[in-house]
Design a binder for this molecule. Structure first.
Ligand SMILES: [Zn+2]
Length: 315
């Protein structure tokens, strides 16, 4: 899990696009569809929570998993009491919110928001590119609903409940249960000291006979709370299994890290410091990684950085 670290400026720009879209498009459809179902079924307390344009704006701009969940559960409690668990009303509300989300997701503002977020690699897997192209035949990442539309239809159009992700992760994350699943706008593996590490020692891994038979990497952490998080992400996204499919990349990386150790880099730097300003640039060039700390824009950057840390700097 890679963090989407939005700045205050990015959030302000996104929220301003949301406000404009609600004024120009979303409110009309929301009022005529979602609120009409609530009105015709006399769900007055639910209407009090989500029934005005200002409430809609607040809802769309809720930031953070605690706030999203608190709001989601608050509406859920009131809605379920008022609808007396009427499945027909439930289905209607889900359908109408889904319609509002679908309308939003095709509009230019969805592409604008994604361009501001600027996550060019999927935060869930850190493997696949998720570029947004706004011109012509547009393309964009998929939106994963962190809290599902089934459980919380009223979070279907909350922008920070929408995680820009690759199609594989969006489809893999079939579990609606988010316990132990990290929320990318606030959390990452780094905070739980979770790393991809080599399973065996380098000489053993470089023996090709062994490489063919063995898994190369596993997720691990010294943090006591991390094992439940690792298990959850493996269940949701099959991360360890998928990472072990990147066999050729990992073998090549191990070899490069092994060869271009600090002594080797220092020696090359002494020979070429007239054309290379920074030894870290040389290290990146040698390891074949462009700034490898930029996880959100570089596929497999976390794996790369973790293996470098493990091979070069771990005791
Ligand atoms: Zn992904």
């Amino acid at each position: 899990m890679i963090k989407i670290n939005l700045s205050i400026n990015q959030i302000e720009r996104i929220n301003s696009i949301i406000d404009n879209d609600i004024d120009s498009f979303l409110w009309k459809g929301y009022n005529e569809c979602v609120l009409e179902v609530l009105r015709s079924n006399k769900l007055t307390q639910t209407l009090e929570l989500i029934g005005t344009k200002e409430k809609l704006k607040e809802n769309c701009k809720i930031f953070g998993r605690k706030k999203l969940l608190a709001f989601g559960n608050k509406v859920k409690t009131v809605f379920e009491i008022e609808s007396a668990n009427n499945l027909t009303i439930k289905e209607k509300i889900k359908k109408e919110f889904t319609k509002q989300y679908t309308n939003f997701s095709h509009r230019a503002c969805a592409y604008e928001i994604l361009s501001i977020i600027n996550a060019s690699v999927c935060p869930y897997c850190n493997r696949l590119y998720t570029f947004t192209v706004e011109e012509g035949k547009k393309t964009r990442p998929e939106f994963d609903h962190f809290y599902s539309k089934d459980d919380y239809p009223w979070l279907a159009i909350s922008i920070y409940n929408l995680i820009p992700s690759c199609g594989i992760c969006n489809k893999s994350k079939s579990s609606k249960d988010t316990i132990n699943l990290l929320y990318p706008y606030e959390e990452s593996f780094e905070e739980y000291d979770i790393h991809f590490n080599l399973i065996d020692t380098v000489p053993l891994l470089l023996d090709e006979m062994n490489i063919k038979k063995k898994r190369l990497v596993k997720m691990c952490s010294k943090n006591a709370d991390a094992s439940r998080i690792i298990n959850k992400h493996n269940n949701c996204f099959k991360l360890e299994d998928i990472y072990n499919e990147h066999r050729e990349f990992i073998i090549d990386l191990i070899k490069r890290i092994y060869i271009f150790n600090d002594d080797c880099i220092e020696s090359i730097y002494q020979s070429y410091n007239d054309i290379i300003d920074d030894i870290d640039d040389l290290r990146s060039m040698s390891l074949g990684t462009l700034p490898y700390h930029d996880y959100l824009n570089t596929p497999l950057a976390k794996l790369t950085n973790d293996l470098i840390e493990q091979m070069l700097y771990d005791d």
